[in-house]
Design a protein around this ligand. Sequence first.
Ligand code: NAG
Ligand code: NAG
Ligand code: NAG
Length: 172
Amino acid sequence: MGLLKKSAAGRIVFMSSVFAFTNNLSLKKLNFDREKPNCFDRQFVYGNSKLSMIMAADTFAEKLKGTGVTVNSVHPGLVKTPIFTKTYAVYQNVFFQMFIWLSQCVFGRDPWEGSQGLVHAAVSRELKNETGKFFGDYAPRRKPLKAYNKQLCKDIWNASEIYVGLTPEERL
Ligand SMILES: *[C@@H]1O[C@H](CO)[C@@H](O)[C@H](O)[C@H]1NC(C)=O
Ligand SMILES: *[C@@H]1O[C@H](CO)[C@@H](O)[C@H](O)[C@H]1NC(C)=O
Ligand SMILES: *[C@@H]1O[C@H](CO)[C@@H](O)[C@H](O)[C@H]1NC(C)=O
């Protein structure tokens, strides 16, 4: 943090996903894989983690207002990567997985194209003053509803500080 603040116009960019919209994030079960170690629901875990990226970006943005450091999140769109074929299935529902895979083949962009939004958020001069936004295809987009719930964002930030084990001095 110290280094970012000292550097002129430091930027933090969180890589999120359109799957942030498929979430069931709640404070009650932030670590539900702990409760069911072998069968946590990957479908929601992925969406929840991607929504958490947006919430983290927004909370960082709020806490760093006026320091010259900006914080945004980005979704790359549907990208043709081997995420659905070469990795452990993200989605347990076979039909849903087929649907995503087909959409990826038809509508997906290649990884180079997918990376451009992230690069844009990191270096574009136009975005110098933009902070706390969720970008997709180079423009700010609506976020999943829960990202607008300030109390939930605060509570998840607090819980995360505890999970990560930050000391009081390390907190923002
Ligand atoms: C989210 O969905 C999963 C899978 O259906 C379920 O196990 C979990 O309890 C849900 N979490 C909440 C907070 O409802
Ligand atoms: C950013 O804000 C500064 C100070 O208010 C302003 O001078 C500058 O034109 C803004 N840049 C952009 C790209 O909006
Ligand atoms: C932060 O989280 C802890 C553990 O979940 C809870 O006991 C505490 O009340 C929370 N603090 C605030 C300010 O929300």
